[in-house]
Design a protein. Structure first.
Length: 144
């Protein structure tokens, strides 16, 4: 089993991206542990793979219908043997609805190798704000 953190993270990110772009919630869920802890872009907490699969199926049929997501691995770390963390940049293009246009987020996941497969156990996704007012952007730039 591959334990290179960048290769592991890239493989998982690519599988998630492919599943998203096919609007395939089941395939998206295949990358997740049964007991995954998942925080979405709104800050809502979902516990367990089935909750995430059901939620993504609903999203793929509504506000994210026809969307395209691109993931880029930004950083990785081997936390311990068989445990990898990754930060991934996401660029989401939505054709219509409340998320229409280009959206950016940064997600972090922790994956564990078990039984010959890597599964995401913890996933947190943070949507970056669009079009900040100049004074808000100045404050944001100061804390970077």
């Amino acid at each position: 089993m591959n334990s290179n953190p960048t290769e592991v993270a890239t493989s998982i990110a690519k599988a998630l991206e492919t599943a998203w772009n096919a609007a395939d919630a089941q395939a998206f869920g295949e990358q997740l542990a049964d007991y995954v802890d998942f925080v979405d872009i709104r800050g809502d907490y979902h516990r367990g793979k089935q909750a995430v699969v059901y939620g993504h199926a609903a999203l793929f049929d509504s506000i994210f219908k026809g969307s395209v997501n691109r993931y880029e691995v930004l950083g990785t770390r081997l936390l311990a043997p068989g445990i990898v963390s990754a930060q991934v940049g996401a660029t989401l293009q939505c054709p219509a609805g409340p998320m229409a246009g280009e959206n950016h987020s940064t997600l972090t996941f922790v994956a564990r190798e078990a039984g010959g497969a890597w599964k995401v156990e913890v996933f947190h996704n943070t949507l970056k704000p669009r079009d900040l007012a100049p004074d808000e952007q100045a404050v944001r730039d100061q804390i970077r």
